[in-house]
Design a protein around this ligand. Sequence first.
Ligand SMILES: [Zn+2]
Length: 291
Amino acid sequence: MHRLLQLLFVGILAYLAYSFWQKDTGLPLLPVIGKGLCSTPLGWKLGYLDPAFNLTETEATAAISQAAQMWNQAFGRTLLQQDPQGFVIDFRFDARQQQLLKQRLLSRNLNRYDQAIEPGRENLPQQFAALQQQIDSFNLQTAQLQQQIAAFKPDAPNAASERAQLERRQRELKQEADWLEQQRQQLVRDQDYLNETIKQRNALLTEAGPAAISGPFEVGLMKIRGQERLMTIYAFGSQQDLVATLAHEFGHAFGVEHTSAEDSIMYHSLSTQQAMLTAVDIAALQSQCGF
Ligand SMILES: [Zn+2]
């Protein structure tokens, strides 16, 4: 038992050292590789594929090939190729994947709330204002009718027809009052629904806590020690994400550093804008390879 504890402790220390090292290697400690690097294809092979990702070897290999092809096609030459002697690409499952999926789910749900909230937020104030105008006009007409009723003389010669007219007007206004009340109730229901939806949205956000919305974390890592390379994929929310992350790490494999253009594959964090290599990415590798 004691021994096990000790082992665990050593394990934890090793893990801490390892994770520190990981963090520390955000950017490759490359010797200046220069021209030699891009003149022969860089080989890769699929290493450990954690079953928790629910990805077959064929699917993982296809995603890696697709990412490699992005670079190959951009340069019209084979820079990367599958090779049994190549460097290893591992898929390691940890809390990051779960957090990523949680984030995706949260943002999808927030998006649904926002889509429900937006039209009401835009239209309801106008609808209330329009109804208020109708109510004002109704009140004016009611006041006029009351004046006419007050001025009504039962003894006048045309009293009977005037009475009939006033009564008809009274019925019309009663109908309009009912209609306006229906409109008002409908708008109040819409407003209640809107308020409730906003409340639910905020509750969801609060419930998710800061962890779920905390900034980007590392979803892939390229470690380079001298000539040795190891790529690890930790998390991806979609096929497109995975290919973009693999392409990004391939860029690091060549020693390309992060770019500041948000739509470029080599931007430091993953975004939905990243679909293909941009001129910025291509220029970065060109200058790294010296061609
Ligand atoms: Zn990076």
